[in-house]
Design a binder for this molecule. Structure first.
Ligand code: GTP
Ligand code: CA
Length: 503
């Protein structure tokens, strides 16, 4: 009986199996069953080994993938969420924060998996004539947030809309119309929402929130009051100054914050209409008014606009606000870029209301400001313009003057060649911005040009935390603070149960 040379796999075990057959070419070799069997079983064995190895690797990868997904899912499930919509003048942005509670304390980690944000322009205040139009952008921001919150957590995750200077500049009834539209959208968002959580926050609240996130990021929150870092912020419509002052501060500028057993006596004020964009509009308006009052026609030189920029044709396009209303003036504005003249025009504007000052010292308008004490971070437009000019860390204010003189004095056509990727409306701002920054920080607030205590920044601390006031508001919210968002009360805020960042 022909002996079959196929073997049944079931009775093979390792010491019975001959080495696998090595066949050089099919059919023309006679080889003994053992040698004939050897190459085949050897090859079979290695095929089995490879299959087993592949299956093991595949199972291992599946298990790793599953545990990553599961841990990611667990992490998301174990996370608490909070959402803040910042209604700024130049845009509305949503911030989605994930955080854990460990031994009863919130643990924040603003790494990308626990923090996401999206900005939409224009800001809420651009809908003054059409409040209903706000619903579309707020809905888009809510949808962005919902994609980042575990759906089982929506109901337990609070959502707040906190509007700033852009809205503060609108009439109250218009503010309310816009807020009512946002409330309608937020009510049906699926998040935890109460009508009073959509509001226009006070400028001093905005400054305090920015101070909280800066000192939280720097690890100085809870430490010596005089070792904390102050904030000077140049927004679009407003500018904030917030820091610990040892001077006696009139109650309308004073905020008290308690962290553990440390109480911080803060000076906090928001200079409404002194944000960069609002200030540039105001300056151009005052130039026109002075010209219109004198001759009512002719040329109005604007030292804050680089020479050669043709305003007539671009008025509608690049200079928003009142300037776009060309019909209003018979005089024609002429770009006459000159840093020093722009700086003195900006300084004159900052000092305009000084005559109404009823305090011992008013550095800007008729508003009390104590002498700046300690170190400061200069944020938003202070940062954007310094970064644009590539200023160093040290003596950046002196460098700002040199850079501003060069930029303001340059022909617009040459600037366009030098900065080909910049849109006109952005490039146009840097002459005014550099002059305004010097007239505010040095000429008005008295910061020395070589003062190394003040640095420009957009992030802080080892975790590079964004210096966005919304993060400070989130930290206070989660600290189950008794902080009164209306900003009217001077309640003591207990931040003692706020844990440090998770590293
Ligand atoms: N140069 C430059 N400016 C920027 C950039 N991003 C924002 N800004 C300006 O920085 C300023 C402040 O930024 P935001 O805080 O977003 O402004 P906002 O919140 O709309 O303004 P406020 O309502 O006054 O707070 C505005 O004047 C913006 O135009 C940027 O990338 N480059
Ligand atoms: Ca802002």
């Amino acid at each position: 009986m022909q002996r079959s040379n196929a073997r049944s796999r079931s009775n093979i075990n390792s010491d019975m199996v001959d080495p696998p057959e090595v066949q050089t070419s099919p059919g023309n070799h006679r080889s003994s069953p053992s040698t004939a069997a050897k190459p085949k079983s050897k090859r079979t064995k290695s095929i089995i080994f490879v299959i087993v190895a592949c299956v093991t690797i595949a199972l291992g990868l599946l298990f790793i993938g599953y545990s990553i997904l599961r841990s990611g899912r667990n992490r998301r499930v174990s996370l608490h969420y909070s959402v803040i919509i910042d209604g700024g003048s130049s845009g509305t942005r949503v911030h989605v924060f994930g955080y854990r509670i460990e031994s009863g304390k919130p643990v924040f980690d603003f790494g990308e998996e626990n923090y996401a944000s999206l900005k939409l322009s224009p800001g809420l205040s651009a809908y003054a004539d059409n409040p209903e139009g706000v619903s579309e952008s707020v809905t888009e921001l809510v949808e962005f947030a919902k994609k980042r919150v575990h759906k089982g957590k929506l109901k337990k995750s609070d959502i707040r809309l906190m509007a700033t200077a852009g809205m503060r500049l609108l009439e109250l009834p218009v503010q309310e119309q816009i807020l009512d539209v946002t409330r309608r959208v937020l009510r049906s968002s699926g998040f935890d929402f109460r009508d009073e959580w959509a509001s226009v926050i006070s400028g001093s609240d905005e400054g305090v929130y920015a101070w909280v996130v800066a000192n939280h990021a720097l690890g100085s929150l809870g430490g010596e009051p005089l070792k904390t870092t102050g904030i000077v912020e140049l927004g679009g419509a407003s500018a904030q100054v917030t820091f610990v002052s040892t001077e006696l501060v009139p109650s309308e500028f004073s905020r008290t914050l308690a962290y553990g057993n440390v109480s911080y006596n803060l000076y906090s004020h928001s200079f409404l209409d002194f944000g960069q964009d609002a200030a540039q509009e105001k300056l151009s308006e005052s130039l026109y008014n002075s010209a219109a009052n004198s001759t009512g026609e002719g040329i109005v030189p604007d030292p804050c606009i680089p020479k050669g920029y043709i305003l007539e044709t671009n008025l509608q396009k690049d200079l928003p606000g009142f300037l776009a209303d060309k019909g209003k003036f018979t005089a024609t504005l002429q770009a006459a870029g000159n840093f020093s003249e722009c700086r003195s025009a900006a300084f004159a504007m900052l000092q305009e209301e000084k005559g109404k000052c009823t305090y011992k010292r008013c550095s800007i308008g008729s508003i009390f400001t104590p002498n700046l004490q300690g170190s400061f971070l200069a944020t938003e437009n202070f940062f954007h313009t310094s970064k644009f000019f590539g200023l160093g860390e040290k003596e950046w204010l002196s460098e700002m003057i040199l850079a501003g003189k060069r930029f303001c004095g340059e022909e617009w056509s040459k600037l366009k060649v030098k900065y080909p990727t910049f849109k006109d409306e952005n490039l146009l701002r840097y002459c005014f911005s550099s002059a305004y920054i010097i007239s505010m920080l040095h000429d008005s607030l008295g910061v020395a040009l070589d003062d190394e205590r003040i640095k420009y920044a957009s992030k802080a601390g080892e975790e590079d935390i964004p210096l966005d006031w919304a993060l400070g508001a989130f930290i206070l919210n989660t600290a189950t603070a008794t902080f009164d968002y209306s900003g009217k009360s001077r309640k003591i805020l207990d931040l003692s149960n706020v844990a440090k960042y998770k590293i």
